[in-house]
Ligand binder design. Sequence first.
Ligand code: BGC
Length: 889
Amino acid sequence: MSAQDRPSAPRDLKCEYRSSPLAIDETQPHLFWKMSDSRRGAVQSAYRVMVASSPDLLKNGHPNIWDSGKTQSNQSIHVEYGGPPLGSRDRCFWQVQTWDGNDEPSPPTNIQSWEMGLLSDGDWSAQWIAMVEGSDRAPAPVHYLRKEFTVDKPIARARLYATALGVYDVNIDGSKVGDHLLAPGWTDYTQRALYQTYDVTDQLVIGENAIGARLAVGWYTGPLTWTNQRNVFGEPPPLLLLQLEIEADDGSISRIVSDDSWTCKLGPIIHSELYEGEKHDARLEMPGWDLPEYDESAWSKVDLVDTPNIAVTSELNPPIRITGEIRPVSITEISPGIFIFDMGQNMVGVCRLRVTGDAGTEITMRFAEVLDRDRSGNVYTDNLRGAACTDTYICAGAGLETFEPAFTYHGFRYVEITGFPGTPDVSTLTGRIFHSDMPQTGMIETSSEVVNRTFENLMWSCRGNHHSSPTDCPQRDERMGWTGDAQVFCRTACFTHDMTGFYGKFILDMLDAQTEDGYFSDVAPHCYEVDRLANPGAAGWADAGILIPWAYYLAYGDRRLIERNYDDMARYVDTLARQNPNGLWLEGRNNDFGDWVPAGEDSDKDMFATLYYLYSTKLLAKMSHLVGKDERAAEYDALVESVRSAFNARYLLDGHYLNPTQTLISMALVLGVPPDGHLESIIQDLADDVESRGWHLSTGFHGTRFIVQALSENGHHAAAVRLAVNRDYPSWGYQIGNGATTIWERWNGDVGDPYMNSLNHYAFGSVGEWMFRHLAGIQADPEEPGFKRFSVAPNICGPDQELNQVAATFESLHGRIVSEWQVTSNLVKLNVEIPANTSAQVVLPNRDFDKITESGLELKDAQGIGNIRDENGAVVCDIESGRYSIICR
Ligand code: BGC
């Protein structure tokens, strides 16, 4: 056997979706790997997972914690750790070996690790501390807290565990710990805070050390929502909980914890809040405050506060951090001393300022998405509503100074600078992009410029609206976790990014916000209305509590979220059913936003709500099957049927829906609502409506996700494509033609209505799902989720169409999936890549078997392709892993 016939070692080992994570609080963590085997038909026939307490033990063949032994299985994701119970802080080193289809073993992988978190309250000896004095100031200043300590033995490892009610960062001996921003992120702090774990082994020295922490109000007590309400989750001041654990070479452990020995003081950050922005007076800098041997005579003792009665759990989601930089593309002095910087892209994050000025020179930066309509050339800030979005820096007079705010962020393309000493240039400002750092997993490129730019815009809006929670917008006084927006976009996001950690956390936020009787909410974490947790969400918003876990299951194959939260999800549907015994969702509808901001007429809200009721029930039925609750599944299946019949009985007349908006027809079609015999007329109504509008859509947040799917799935793909490549109103192309570099909240961008005209709202970006599922044709198979098995069923357009070429890649948990097609006058070329240890069904755009070849061979002779059949006039086949180059004449 030659070396190339042997399987190589698997790659991308992950524990709980992360590489070598530090604080796992799943007691039976799930392990993942990808096979590296590009041979056609490569499969894993067995695996062996070896876990040890040190890398050396593994190297010497002693997996002393757990050895799965050679296990006959093709499972390579969600392999559950099966060793003895793990305790807090336990360190596990692991590697895996796999066997291929010929029972040939791979070499064992490199060694990876995971570390258990602090699993019980008793693991925390730290106390919650705060600086109480003067904490009622608004906008709120940043509190500085510090503590010196001695390390007297050589250090084997050191971990810093920290969280806050508020937002914090920590320095050790003058340098920042980790790269998190706005940690610990946003949760409902009356119920939960997430702690971060940092490896600080290399940041400590033997001898004197110091920790300095900064605390700002963030989402905890800073203004939230359009009412700019303060103290939604508690009262000031912000609180810190911090525990540094130092393990010496001799195994002894010492702990430096937040307690009453810490001191505190106000510092140079005069105020910092999310909507307001940050003001920094560099004359008040306290050099050395985070170093040992600092004179802290002017500092006061911190206050100990009562331990909040909340869960403190390990951070699941990727941290918010800087992910890129942008240089301004132009600077205009619109009137003496007022400079407008154009960053060339509507971005989210902050700006780093470089300036040389006399002490006391005050530079002010205001941020905006567009310039004023009156063409004064100045920034348009009306759409920011109550959010000041202003950063101010006061120079210390110390030569070249740099300033970058620490606890705020803005959504902007333009920056107005006033008070700058002299003339700024492009090096004065650098745009620093920041957001929750979910790894990118998907990419699409096509022959259509409009589609490509739409994809880029939705990627920018996706990044710009994931800051610990999925937000509606990043600029105005809102930035809330609107569940409806998140739900329409989640299938797109699961293609473009690895959403495992992010949605894992958001699903908990939604459960934390669920009402007593089971309604999910409009926003999570819940932050508006007096009685936040008795505030049921609207149809299409509340349903996110079911739709997002389902999307998560399809994309990542994780049953745990369904198993663990099944009763809560069922509670929602059961409440709807109890309140609406006649099958239509007419009662118990809060807020009732409907198909939000449509391009055309509104859709009937009773119909809209009932379709979502049916949608949630349908998914709950599937989930019930999945977790083996067959009786419940049968009940929900029956409920789906009764909602469907009630809907058709009430709203279908002579084969046409009573309120035949594009949104309602599309939803009905995608959800399989029309009765047999009426399907054709209903499809035709949709197609006619699109045509009557000159091939335009009339949909809002919800309908937009459905219409492109409904057209593509019902014989009108060409119409869906026209919607996607349109350049006139209303369309994505219209936004692009009018300068959009992100997805807008309204189809027309309506800068005339300052109350609701965000230019960075990802909801209409839900078309990304259609790009992956219908243009590229990559479809998850619910029977084998996590893309263990899937379809590649591209919808191919004609050669003379703008869209005659599509290339999509998607990095699934099993490896890279590629679907790439190109049409010329007489042939379609299709390249597909199927990851090792998975299989796919491919649907080819040709009816004649004998006109299809793969790598020059007739389809039937091609290796890795089987079960070739005719399905509804299309050639369908099953293919094994590998790369295929198919030509259909
Ligand atoms: C938000 C939306 C949200 C909506 C509720 C708006 O203010 O920006 O994105 O879903 O309210 O309809």
